[in-house]
Design a protein around this ligand. Structure first.
Ligand code: NAI
Ligand code: PYR
Ligand code: MG
Length: 370
């Protein structure tokens, strides 16, 4: 198969779809790889490294999209990229369609076969292609939250760990999955006063077992949440209903009960965000203030640590990429129902029910496309 890797074009996105090492593996499998010039500079991999791994370097994204059977990316295709897709071409990347009607319509119109990393499942009911980036974003969430809490970050001037004699910051993490666990782990490490909310008993048990008395684990209800945010210095939004638009758990009215200079980091912004007042921001201008509360809502947080993130992402995505390249998407999905779960758009039709529900677009069963 001819596999193409364009340079990411989202603002301050430095990750790349394939590392030189992944390219070498695919070449060894007998595939041909084309990489846009400069695609790997953000992870410290130059054209020469890709060429040494067996890739052909091409001058622009247009050439990559025109020639490749499968495009391997990181972030959802931007409008100019959607316009370059063609019927039957495979797009393998994050999509996050539920909050994004424009991209969804463009992908349907393209006729391409669009596989979303974030909805591929595994035998444990997890989302293995989302997990590594959730681990990164969770860890970053605490880091950026701590920075925003400083006066120069617009925050109320609170140190996460406090000092002997002065209380630490109160951190509330909503959702105790991959993002929430990792955010809490960093906050506990900084000696903050940490509370994690979830509503899944197994998740709560796991958190309780792991953190013991270093973090409180609380069942998430609207009443509990409303009470906790009133005294929180930092609230991290980390809920997920797979593929669906994130539930708005903190309304505008609830936000007004939070302290001036408190901070929210809405990691779930890629699925629309779990605060009513959240809107996507970029690494170039990551925060804004509503009702005195600093909002950080960057939808591609892992792009900031592109090298760590790209290697972690490739470790999760390469296996399926190899399978698709070897068998073609139809056969690969017939053999692997977990990969089929990743199919969001197929040759002009939407194939993911939660996206259809969020956007009011008719869907067909993904299996009917095989
Ligand atoms: N902004 C960014 O750059 C990035 C964003 N993300 C996003 O972060 C979000 C979380 O991802 P993961 O942690 O991997 O998901 P996950 O599935 O591992 O965890 C989500 C947790 O939310 C819980 N939950 C659902 N409804 C809840 C409620 N009402 N109250 C409390 N908890 C609730 C679930 O029980 C689950 O434990 C997703 O939207 C993901 O796409 C992930 C990576 C990067
Ligand atoms: C998951 C996601 O949105 C990201 O890694 O950018
Ligand atoms: Mg998870």
């Amino acid at each position: 198969m001819l596999i193409g890797v364009p340079k990411e074009i989202k603002v301050h996105e430095y990750r790349v779809g394939l590392t030189p090492e992944s390219v070498a593996e695919l070449v060894l499998d007998g595939h041909q790889i084309i990489v846009e010039t400069g695609a790997g500079v953000g992870i410290g991999a130059d054209d020469a490294q890709y060429a040494a791994s067996g890739a052909e370097i091409v001058a622009d994204a247009k050439t990559v999209f025109a020639r490749a059977d499968m495009i391997v990316k990181v972030k959802e295709p931007q409008a100019v990229e959607c316009a370059m897709l063609r019927p039957g071409q495979i797009l393998y990347t994050y999509l996050h369609l539920a909050p994004d009607p424009e991209q969804t319509k463009a992908l349907i119109k393209s006729g391409a076969v669009c596989i979303a990393y974030e909805t591929v499942t595994d035998a444990y009911g997890d989302l293995p292609l989302l997990t590594p980036m959730s681990q990164v974003a969770g860890r970053l969430a605490t880091q950026v939250g701590a920075t925003a809490l400083q006066k120069v970050g617009g925050g109320r001037g609170v140190l996460m760990g406090g000092v002997p004699g002065v209380a630490p910051a109160k951190v509330v993490v909503i959702g105790g999955g991959d993002v929430g666990f990792n955010a809490a782990q960093m906050a506990v490490g900084m000696q903050a006063d940490v509370t994690i909310l979830d509503r899944n008993n197994i998740v709560m048990e796991r958190l309780n077992y792991h953190f013991e008395n270093r973090a409180k684990v609380v069942r998430s209800t609207p009443a509990v949440l409303a009470e906790l945010i009133k005294t929180a210095d930092l609230v991290i939004g980390a809920v997920l209903i797979p593929g669906a638009a994130a539930p708005k758990l903190i309304t505008r009215e609830m936000l007004s009960t939070m302290m001036d200079g408190s901070v929210i980091v809405d990691v779930a912004i890629d699925q629309g965000g779990c605060f009513e007042t959240s809107k996507p921001t970029t690494h170039a201008d990551p925060t804004y203030v509503v009702d005195g509360v600093v909002h950080y809502c960057v939808a591609n947080m892992p792009g900031a640590v592109a090298r760590t993130s790209t290697y972690a992402l490739n470790a999760a995505t390469l296996g399926h990429a190899k399978k698709i390249a070897k068998l073609g998407w139809k056969e690969a999905m017939r053999e692997d129902a977990h990969l089929l779960d990743g199919l969001n758009v197929c040759e002009g039709q939407l194939t993911y029910a939660a996206v259809g529900e969020a956007l009011g677009i008719d869907t067909v069963d993904a299996a009917s496309c095989l």
